[in-house]
Design a protein around this ligand. Structure first.
Ligand code: PLP
Length: 512
């Protein structure tokens, strides 16, 4: 056989080997005192992979043997962060729902694009059904109106579109907002008016990135003052809008945040909606993080007023454990999507083909679009509303447990904000600095020492693999942020994490 010719098909062995490893990992993910991460530097990673297939590609990259490739798959798993480990409390996602994971595999196996009914008949209807349900939860679609407008029970025109993440959702929503004010803009380009939008100073940076991309400019983003917990002060919003107009700017949108990334604060959406209504501004709700509170009868009220907004972005890949990414952009007036985004490409959206009115591709920016709805549809059918509600309630219960542990810690740990939802923001205080004055009243030397502690403690936990926890400045203090999101997180994990921080902290304090 020509050694340069096609290899005898090795893919069955490779495919079986990867499936077997992925299944084993999925059903038997690391937990307890297993490391959350096998920490390695970039050069250690490169050395490790050099023993199998290497990380890089030569100019004449050769094929590798099945055993070498599978050895590299073991390394990929071993050196990855185990985000399903209960002690991964680092980010606004954790512990993917196993049904969502295999739903994603199935979607990849069926590999299609959600743009047209012709290429994705099942997924087009599923997306419509799920968007309709989410739209009812937000209050855009009347409750009990179960899409009886079609014989198949899902609407032809759903109240939104799935998109590639929360940042993308906000970008699209701001384009819709501008389009409502300046419908000629999509044809003629930006008007030259100094458009301005408003978001809280704790809101997500997607606002600034979107403004940069949309040609509004980051100077067209006004950061509105917040209360101590991180929620927008509605009076400050009203003043900021008046000031913007006085400067000759043209306000067009307000972003209200339902669950800020760091402190999980919820803006008072009713108060913000009052202002938007009286000023005639588009209200977009960034519910990327906190939207899933709507699943929980106990916590849904945090989003009171969301039904009054014009658009709302909701990441299902955060609190309810879908794999990344799974994001719905919901809109109150669905026809606006096509008015704003359609280009009517005649090779794809032929109006004279079968069921073309179901096509979603001209209602968004993307051309090919992943069928992110499938995993959500499956997980939702498996667990029902109650399955997702349980995830939210457990997360808040674990955060409450953490807050209590901190309150009882006898000044070793100090909360930086009170917090009522899933995020716990606190500092560990070196013994010689206890009791700490109110964090905003500590003097500069103490603050400098505190600010040095968090990254050093984190690095120790990371190196040992005992836990992965984030930190960031809040009210000027480098604070830990424990995100209690994983359904696997138990009080014993919280205890172990706090103890690991204390141990590493004492270590750091001793070597300073
Ligand atoms: C995560 C997050 C986003 C961004 O979502 P991506 O899917 O990561 O782009 C936006 N807003 C808030 C409040 C978030 O927490």
């Amino acid at each position: 056989m020509n050694p340069r010719g096609p290899r005898p098909n090795p893919s069955t062995e490779v495919v079986d080997g990867i499936i077997e490893r992925a299944s084993r990992y999925l059903l038997d993910a690391p937990m307890g005192s297993d490391p959350v991460i096998a920490h390695a530097s970039p050069s250690e990673l490169a050395t490790a992979f050099a023993a199998t297939v290497g990380l890089g590609f030569a100019d004449d990259a050769a094929a590798h043997s099945v055993s070498e490739v599978l050895a590299s798959v073991d390394q990929i798993i071993d050196y990855s962060v185990h985000t399903s480990h209960p002690r991964f409390v680092n980010q606004n996602f954790a512990a993917a729902d196993p049904v969502a994971v295999v739903g994603d595999w199935l979607g990849a196996a069926l590999n299609t694009t959600a743009a047209t009914f012709e290429a994705a008949p099942v997924f087009t209807l599923m997306e419509s059904a799920v968007l309709h349900k989410l739209g009812r939860m937000v209050g855009y679609v009347e409750d009990g109106v179960s899409a009886t407008d079609t014989p198949v029970g899902v609407p032809v025109l759903p109240p939104g579109i799935f998109c590639a993440g929360g940042s993308m959702g906000t970008l699209l929503a701001l384009q819709l907002a501008r389009h409502r004010l300046q419908p000629e803009m999509t044809v003629r380009g930006a008007s030259g008016d100094r458009l301005v939008l408003f978001v809280s100073d704790t809101g997500h940076y997607a606002a600034s990135k979107s403004a940069a991309l949309l040609g509004i400019g980051t100077e067209g983003v006004v950061k509105v003052a917040t209360d101590h917990e991180g929620a927008m002060l509605p009076d400050a919003l009203d003043v900021a809008i008046t000031e913007g107009i006085a400067r000759g700017q043209t306000p067009f949108a307000v972003i209200g945040t339902a669950g800020t990334t760091v402190t999980a604060a919820f803006d008072d959406l009713d108060a913000v909606a009052d202002i938007c209504e009286s000023r005639g501004l588009w209200l977009h709700v960034d519910a990327a993080y906190g939207g899933s509170a709507l699943f929980s009868p106990t916590h849904a009220a945090r989003l009171r007023g969301v039904h009054r907004s014009d658009s709302c972005v909701w990441n299902l890949h955060k609190m309810v454990g879908m794999t990344q990414q799974c994001t719905a952009l919901l809109v109150k007036a669905p026809a606006q999507l096509e008015e704003c985004f359609a280009t009517h490409a005649d090779y794809l959206f032929q109006s004279d083909k079968l069921y073309a009115d179901y096509d979603s591709g001209d209602r968004t920016f993307q051309c090919a679009r992943r069928i992110d709805v499938l995993k959500l549809w499956l997980a939702w059918k498996v667990g029902g509303d109650a399955g997702f509600a349980a995830r939210i309630d457990h997360a808040v219960a674990m955060a409450d447990y953490t807050r209590n542990r901190i309150a009882e810690s006898d000044v070793a740990f100090v909360p930086i904000v009170a917090g009522t939802f899933t995020n716990v923001v606190f500092v560990w205080v070196p013994p010689h600095l206890r009791p700490l004055a109110a964090p905003e009243a500590v003097d500069l030397d103490v603050l400098t020492e505190l600010n040095r502690c968090a990254p050093l403690i984190k690095a120790r936990l990371q190196a040992a693999g005992t836990g992965l926890i984030g930190f960031q400045p809040v009210h000027g203090v480098n604070s830990f942020r424990m995100i209690c999101m994983s359904p696997k997180l138990q009080p014993s994990d919280v205890d172990a994490l706090l103890e690991a921080i204390e141990t590493a902290g004492n270590d750091v304090a001793a070597t300073q």
